[in-house]
Write a protein that binds this ligand. Structure first.
Ligand code: C5P
Length: 230
């Protein structure tokens, strides 16, 4: 299990200060819409300058026609990041087109597909997808696996079933982690680290419980210590 910290602070300076305070840890940094739209490529370079071994997950959730997605995926790959994601609902042709385009890159980033956003509750999800979260997440995961993706973004509660339906090696990255039962905020399906470990989660994503903590570095240290016991 590898910790992924969401850099969702209001300014680049605050995100970089958080990264600086965490530079001695072997962790993933999640760069999402807010940071990437505002601070772009130079933000990624600044993170790498703080610690060249930080792994970077660019969470832009691509969703468009296949060709446009593949173009974007190629540009993302050229940024030198380590993982990015697309929406599974873009479909299997989009998945295949993206993976084929990245085929020629030796060190291509890991590619994950978003199944069900962790902010959905069951009723809200069904209004959009007309299926239960479990059923749809598993279906999306199978489609992603069959089209050569490396894993999916899902909630902890679907991780086990997804691995059973695909492969143990098929990666699950799970937001909505409240390491020690902290406030859920707008997340509907939250899980502790212990539960995430039990469900085989590969990458727990933690945002607010770290950056809203009075002592983020100590919090990360505590999380890593717990992870090392699993
Ligand atoms: O603050 P919190 O720990 O809830 O942050 C979770 C992070 O994971 C946020 O950056 C959010 O955008 C992202 N995310 C999510 N659900 C998904 C995909 C990404 O919460 N399905």
């Amino acid at each position: 299990m590898e910790l992924c910290v969401a850099l969702d602070l209001p300014s680049e300076a605050e995100n970089l200060a958080l990264a600086e305070s965490l530079k001695n840890y072997n962790i993933w940094m999640k760069v999402g819409f807010r940071a990437y739209i505002r601070d772009g490529k130079s933000f990624i370079e600044a993170l790498k300058a703080i610690n060249p071994d930080f792994k970077i997950f660019l969470d832009l959730k691509l969703y468009d026609i296949p060709h446009t997605m593949a173009d974007a995926a190629e540009e993302i790959t050229k940024l030198g990041i380590d993982m990015f994601n697309i929406h599974a609902s873009a479909g299997s042709v989009a998945m295949k087109t993206v993976m084929e385009r990245l085929d020629s890159y030796k060190n291509r980033p890991l590619v994950l597909a978003v199944t069900a956003l962790t902010s959905f509750d069951e009723a809200g999800f069904q209004r959009v997808y007309e299926k239960s979260i479990n059923e749809k997440a598993e279906q999306f995961a199978k489609m992603s696996y069959e089209n050569g993706l490396d894993g999916v973004v899902c909630s902890t509660f679907e991780s086990r079933a997804i691995k059973n339906a695909t492969s143990k090696q098929f990666l699950t990255l799970c937001p909505g982690i409240r390491p020690f039962g902290e406030d859920a905020g707008d997340q509907q399906r939250v899980a502790t680290l212990e539960l995430a470990a039990k469900e085989g989660v590969d990458y727990p994503v933690v945002g607010r419980p770290i950056y809203k903590d009075a002592a983020p570095q100590a919090k990360v240290e505590k999380i890593l210590k717990v992870i090392s016991t699993f």
